[in-house]
Design a binder for this molecule. Sequence first.
Ligand SMILES: Nc1nc2c(ncn2[C@@H]2O[C@H](COP(=O)(O)OP(=O)(O)O)[C@@H](O)[C@H]2O)c(=O)[nH]1
Ligand SMILES: [Mg+2]
Length: 330
Amino acid sequence: MEGPRKIKITVFGPRGVGKTSLLTAMSEQFDRTTQKTVLMLRPELKTSLIMQDKRAELKSCFDNQDELEARGGIKGTTETQDFEFSLVKAGMDASVKLFFKDFPGKDLISDIESVTNLLDECGIVLIAIDAPALMEEDGRWHDLINKPNLVTDYFKTAYQNLKEPRLVIFVPLKCEKYMRQYPANLLNRVHEGYSSLIEFFDKPNLRYHVVAVVTPIQTLGNVEFSRIKVQNLNGHPYPQFYFRKTNTATYAPRDCEQPLRYLLRFLLKIHLEQRFVIWKYLRKALGDIFEDIAFKEAAIEFAKNCKTTGGFAILQDEEGWLNMSRCGRR
Ligand SMILES: Nc1nc2c(ncn2[C@@H]2O[C@H](COP(=O)(O)OP(=O)(O)O)[C@@H](O)[C@H]2O)c(=O)[nH]1
Ligand SMILES: [Mg+2]
């Protein structure tokens, strides 16, 4: 059922990149990092069940084997799994629904019309990036796995007549090794690997609408890329990425709540925006949630701590959609 106050977000990424793991860890880390602000992310029942399974799966990675394979050790999910949360302030009725729509196709290939619709109705887009494919062997596997050209084409079709602001979050995953070594390198490679998409966002008709950021996320933590085994898939070479546990090997997600911080920061600004009459989705979906002072202050508090260094970056924000100076008491 599509009601009001449903902020739609889509998560782009090939199967097995870690989208479901990311959403699971995101919700967990949100709860852990918001104790002071008393904002809560309440999963719907179905979401809660998916997360429960995923969490058990992720934790079991650390049970026995020294090495794990990203697609084999535990398999990437084959069916699409949408996630739905209510963002609520403790002790209050006020809430807003966050609806994360999984990418519909296998390995990013889907019919252009459904992707265009998805991009049209989702105010916020997460592009999940397989970091080892981007980084290892000079990015040899990036095109095959992350399909940056296809992703760019989807955006070019969907955003050509864009009239409302959009938040696009590049999310490198499985990036433990690069975050420990040279986070700046990872950021450079995102720039290179998605240069045509980033250039497209910078076009005069899009520059003021599209906000682009990079938030690298470690959903497992304490595992690092170790090697690639090239397999033969229908006559073509196909990589399998292996990861090794580091010496303190427990499930330790890091920075997973960062996309939510950016999301709230962006929504706060949308709330302040006066030109909303022409907007189809975002402003309407927000309703009057931020009119509630307590909710708004909790949101401001949470949104303040967006990371912008050490691999994190704001790539584009011409119009200041992430600038919090007018958002209220700080
Ligand atoms: N090393 C590492 N592996 C991860 C991370 N996140 C997910 N994985 C692995 O990626 C695989 C696929 O995860 P899943 O969330 O089902 O992918 P989805 O198909 O995109 O939803 C699993 O085997 C996870 O163990 C991460 O941050 N680091
Ligand atoms: Mg999944």
